[in-house]
Design a protein. Structure first.
Length: 317
């Protein structure tokens, strides 16, 4: 959903429009422009995922400052998990200072003052989660803030949020968007508990979020032919028995689900320009199937036609 595009607004009114948009969907704050007023450019979009949401902001150089006065003017407390899609950000909150690049995430507690600036201009993606949905105390969130990078879950969550942002128009419109939002909140909760070093909560949170973490982990490694249940269990520090038990309780047949995900990704790729130029065997290998004949057999079982027949049908449509 488009919130703001300053190209459609008179130059003199752009700063006020940006401030109003921030107040409406994120948090009231003071905006300090690092460009002449008539050169301010902002493009904002909001994608709902159930009770959570993803806010995407592409802007020219500026700084946002949230004071105690601003905090008293908005609604319920919210946590933001953010990363830079482009450019470099400078974040400061509760004595923690962080330079945010495109390979790391930052944690923002909207209930306390902070500042965020982007001296180069760029794009920020923020996954917004109400505190009541996160179900963690403020002290745990704030303890995690400077330690996210040290968590073994950091890269997993960063990759998941990146994918959520890059495919937002399709994912947010999907019937499963609310469930995807719930799963993302679980990943964020696990990251925060891990980074905070909260021993009391870490074990139950790890157990509660195991299947969600496995889904995200598998989604990023479908191309790997060595993606076996044993490898997945090892990556998550659980036994095979624990892994199968958690998946069975969630109604997930792990090996079958992995094959289904690989087949669906391969089917989508086959109809793209790149897929049409690539051999069926190469597509099979690129999606984790070491044996092209096994890929063709499973493809026919799943879709009632061979990969080549699917290509022809897709291009003729």
């Amino acid at each position: 959903m488009l919130l703001l595009d300053t190209r459609d607004i008179p130059r003199a009114d752009r700063a006020e429009a940006f401030a109003a948009a921030m107040h409406e969907v994120s948090s009231p704050c003071r905006i300090e422009q690092r460009e002449p007023q008539d050169e301010l450019q902002v493009h904002m979009q909001l994608w709902p995922y159930g009770q959570a949401a993803l806010l995407s902001t592409d802007a020219s150089r500026l700084r946002l400052t949230r004071t105690r006065q601003h905090i008293g003017a908005d609604g319920g407390p919210v946590v933001g998990v953010s990363f830079q899609a482009a450019g470099r950000g400078e974040f400061a909150q509760l004595g923690h200072e962080q330079v945010v690049r495109d390979d790391e995430v930052m944690l923002v507690d909207m209930g306390t003052p902070y500042s965020f600036g982007c001296a180069t201009g760029g794009g920020a993606q923020v996954f917004l989660v109400p505190y009541e949905l996160l179900a963690l105390p403020e002290d745990v969130v704030r303890r995690a803030m400077p330690r996210l990078r040290a968590s073994p879950l950091h890269d997993l969550v960063h990759a998941h949020l990146s994918r959520l942002a890059s495919s937002a128009p399709q994912l947010a419109a999907d019937p499963g968007a609310a469930a995807l939002g719930t799963a993302t909140v679980e990943l964020v909760r696990a990251l925060i508990v891990s980074a905070a070093g909260d021993a009391v909560r870490s074990a139950p949170v790890r157990e509660q979020t195991l299947v969600t973490r496995v889904r995200a982990y598998v989604g990023q490694r479908l191309h790997d032919p060595e993606l076996t249940p044993a490898a997945i269990a090892g990556a998550h520090n659980v036994s095979l028995r624990q892994l199968y038990k958690a998946c069975n309780e969630a109604g997930l047949r792990l090996e079958q689900w992995i094959i289904e995900q690989r087949l669906e990704a391969a089917r989508a790729h086959l109809a793209t320009p790149a897929g049409l130029r690539r051999s069926i065997a190469a597509t099979a290998r690129a999606h984790g199937f070491a044996d092209p004949s096994h890929f063709t057999r499973r493809f026919r079982q799943a879709y009632g036609m061979t990969p080549r027949e699917w290509q022809r049908a897709a291009t003729a449509a």
